[in-house]
Design a protein around this ligand. Structure first.
Ligand SMILES: NC(=O)c1ccc[n+]([C@@H]2O[C@H](COP(=O)([O-])OP(=O)(O)OC[C@H]3O[C@@H](n4cnc5c(N)ncnc54)[C@H](O)[C@@H]3O)[C@@H](O)[C@H]2O)c1
Ligand SMILES: [Zn+2]
Length: 354
């Protein structure tokens, strides 16, 4: 097996390489594997993954694609199939798909026999730069999204940017939203690179994509390594999400992709930062222009009054105050807590700027 070692001697746990899918077996140690995927991914890459892992004893479990599959019912069905196949604690699970497959299959790995080793093999841009890294797993409940889950680290995250060629325009834009977020919160040089090379990212140009994903993964890992259980620093990853989630709720989940709502959320939140004097007008313009170039649609019309409702019910709120992550300089953000009565007029003025 090809050994990948980091400078400090630890075995590398996240591997990003074009074409990785065809040699994935050398990074997965289990002889017996339970692979969970969705119908779309299976349709595109099912044969290839079977060939790659043909020397293993492999069970493949296919779930319908999309957010509706991220439920306790799906998790129960997967767990029952694992039991039926007599999967033991030394066998391994592979989550092969987007964030939905990663979250629900990762959750099953976390609780099956109190936890079995698993691998994330993410297949959407959003999953490759965000959901496969950091060890959060979850299912949705009728009461809300991601309400039941576990922190459970995969043994490895195996990322092949080449798999993104088949992604729809909608899923590309969704992932690009999260990519831009990393530049604003942590790395101004990276933001500049995105400005110069956006077309390459939008067309999923393999070499540039590999660079982008490596950078995003390193940035997310640097945050989650310091704050695995989301007590502080990890909150900065929520930039664009306070308003972004609000937009998703106003128009109904699924009307806009998550990442597109986050792009607009980042635009509104950057305008709040400008309005509060936290950033210079030039920097605000720079962020706003990049966001506009990322999506062909303009932000839908909504009133601040409509936005306040979901903001007031955000699970990140503390003692009635609404949490916002706002840019305070190039590649730097901070958390601010606002009383609802204070933020409403600020949002109103910021909204008018867009
Ligand atoms: N665990 C975390 O830290 C974390 C972080 C962010 C988001 N999430 C979760 O991730 C989920 C969203 O992930 P997503 O955007 O990947 O959604 P998804 O898994 O539903 O994938 C989006 C669509 O793309 C299809 N698809 C996947 N790979 C493809 C490929 N290579 N080619 C063509 N089509 C492909 C899927 O079948 C699906 O229809 C949400 O449930 C969200 O809560 C989790
Ligand atoms: Zn997000």
């Amino acid at each position: 097996m090809e050994k990948m070692r980091e400078a400090d001697g630890r075995e590398e746990t996240i591997i990003v390489k074009n074409g990785l899918i065809d040699s994935i077996g050398s990074y997965i140690s289990g002889k017996r594997l339970f692979l969970v995927t969705d119908e779309t991914v299976y349709g595109h890459y099912g044969e290839r993954i079977k060939v790659t892992l043909s020397d293993r004893d492999i069970e493949i479990y296919v779930i319908p694609g999309g957010e509706d599959s991220k439920t306790m019912e799906t998790a129960t069905a997967i767990l029952e199939a694992m039991l039926e196949k007599n999967l033991s604690r030394s066998d391994e699970l592979v989550a092969f798909g987007g964030g939905v497959v990663g979250d629900v299959a990762g959750f099953c790995a976390a609780i099956y026999m109190r936890g079995i080793p698993y691998y994330q093999v993410p297949t959407t841009l959003l999953a490759q730069v965000d959901s496969s890294v950091g060890g959060k797993t979850a299912v949705n409940m009728p009461q809300g999204k991601n309400l039941v889950g576990a922190f459970y680290q995969p043994k490895r995250v195996l990322i092949d940017p080449g798999l993104l060629k088949s992604l729809s325009e909608r899923e590309r834009v969704s992932g690009i939203g999260e990519v831009v977020k990393y530049g604003v919160i942590l790395d101004y040089d990276f933001l500049r690179s995105l400005e110069s090379n956006l077309a390459k990212l939008q067309s999923m140009e393999p070499d540039y994509l590999e660079y982008v994903i490596r950078r995003c993964v390193a940035l997310k890992q640097s945050v989650t390594d310091q704050d695995e259980r989301e007590s502080g620093l990890r909150k900065i990853l929520n930039f664009g999400h306070t308003v972004g989630h609000g937009i998703e709720k106003i128009f109904g989940y699924g009307t806009y992709s998550h990442g597109e709502a986050v792009l607009w959320g980042m635009a509104v939140e950057s305008a709040v930062a400008l309005e509060q004097g936290l950033i210079e007008p030039m920097y605000y313009e720079e962020i706003f222009e990049l966001i506009q170039r990322c999506t062909s649609r303009s932000m839908p019309e909504f009133s601040v009054e409509a936005l306040m409702k979901p903001l007031l019910h955000d699970k990140k709120n503390k003692a009635g105050a609404i949490s916002f992550i706002l840019p305070v300089g190039k590649g730097s953000v901070k958390e601010f807590l606002f009383e609802p009565a204070v933020i409403e007029p600020i949002l109103e003025r910021s909204r008018r700027r867009l």
